[in-house]
Write a protein that binds this ligand. Structure first.
Ligand code: PPE
Length: 308
């Protein structure tokens, strides 16, 4: 990705500043200790203009992450929501990925951090298919990580907190080093949790399964959307603990995430999933997801916010 894919303006503590000026001090607490909360949001090109997918749910999760982490957000929900829309507009995107981030800045060294400034930024970029250009149709090859997800009493999985992504980095680097696009990570009990940056779904005998919220997962907004879409399409959806070996004999597997959207998994640990290509249930859920995000079908649930 070249820097030219980034929007020219960054929303920085209430002002839109040029990309070059959106810098932080080397003593920033978040740089040393991972003390940040963030979101990943997509806006899609639709007939009435760029539209943000599930904006309110993302802003809500951002505030919840901050609450879990005792970060006092210096802006209201409405201000952050508007700032996201303003940043997209200022950068003139038809579609983009949006990254709001709230972090502990300068003030004091030491792990505690609450004596530091709280800084808020939002930037945008044009980000294509997260797991590769062919992934959406062909599916991806994944492994199972030797690194586990955090145990529930070590890090709060429901919070989208910067430092927790060190765990994701270990899983993802290991995947790449082993020739995979992504790794599935097991939880502390050895059951399937999620990918380094995606939730996981399994299809078996026409029923759709996904890891429950107590599986050390991020409460994915795309996950929740996929559950609703699957139910709309008439599939039964069960939030149920998934064992590693069930991945090998499943009919279909797919990832969901804002960046990953709905991406089929075609092999796990080099064992083909089903026929080793995108399965029919995954294809149907994917199709409906993209029909909604592209504005092709009516937005009956109010999932899209058009950038005015
Ligand atoms: N689990 C994790 C660990 C995760 O980071 C994400 C989002 C999800 C599940 C899916 O959540 P949702 O986006 O609400 O459906 N991962 C973000 C990070 C991407 C990145 O590399 O940065 C994303 O998809 O925006």
């Amino acid at each position: 990705m070249s820097s030219s894919d980034f929007g020219a303006k960054v929303w920085y503590n209430g002002e839109l500043v040029p990309w070059e000026n959106a810098t932080v001090h080397v003593s920033a607490h978040a740089l040393h200790y991972g003390s940040s909360v963030f979101e990943g949001i997509r806006a899609y090109a639709t007939p009435p203009g760029p539209a943000v997918f599930r904006l309110d749910e993302h802003v809500e999760r951002l505030f919840n992450s901050a609450k879990i982490f005792r970060i006092e957000v210096p802006y209201t929900f409405a201000e952050v929501r508007q700032a996201i829309l303003d940043t997209i507009k200022a950068n003139g995107h038809q579609s983009c990925y949006i990254r709001p981030l709230i972090f502990r800045g300068t003030g004091a060294l030491g792990v505690e951090g609450r004596g530091c400034s709280v800084d808020t930024i939002i930037f945008t970029l044009e980000w294509g298919a997260y797991l590769g250009p062919e992934a959406i149709e062909q599916g991806v090859d994944v492994g199972v990580s030797s690194w586990r997800r955090m145990a529930p009493d070590t890090f709060p999985a429901m919070g989208k907190i910067g430092g927790q992504y060190v765990n994701s980095q270990f899983a993802k680097m290991e995947a790449v080093d082993n020739g995979y696009v992504e790794n599935v990570v097991l939880d502390v009990n050895g059951y399937v949790s999620e990918g380094s940056g995606e939730n996981l779904f399994l299809v078996s005998k026409g029923v759709v399964y996904t890891t429950p919220l107590w599986g050390s997962i991020l409460q994915g907004i795309t996950r929740q959307s996929a559950i609703q879409i699957a139910q709309d399409l008439g599939y039964e959806v069960r939030e149920q603990t998934i064992s590693r070996e069930w991945l090998y004999i499943a009919d279909e597997l797919f990832f969901t995430g804002t960046a990953a959207e709905v991406t089929p998994i075609r092999s796990v640990d080099r064992i083909p999933v089903g026929r080793g290509s995108r399965g029919p249930v995954t294809a149907a859920i994917q199709k409906r997801f993209f029909e909604i995000t592209s504005g092709e079908i009516e937005d009956t649930r109010g999932w899209l916010t058009v950038v005015e």
